[in-house]
Design a protein around this ligand. Sequence first.
Ligand SMILES: [Zn+2]
Length: 87
Amino acid sequence: MKGSIRCYGNFPCKHCKTKFKILPTKTGSWLPAEWVNGKPPEDEEFDSAKHISHLKNCKPRAEDWDKIKWIIRKKEQAHIFGDDLTR
Ligand SMILES: [Zn+2]
């Protein structure tokens, strides 16, 4: 199932420790959706009507997000999925 490949799990932000789940977007990119009420979003695609992008609330994360996306892309190409994407 493709969905499992494109689900990048949950991570605390290395800058501010806010938890988020990396979700693919409709445009083929990725965004960090913040947890709500201590729970990760259950969706497998980012929906701006439903999710809060952590990039809006965290300047250092917004600044290094291109790097994270690059790492995700590399890992997707290699089919490697670990829990160290944001470190
Ligand atoms: Zn942050």
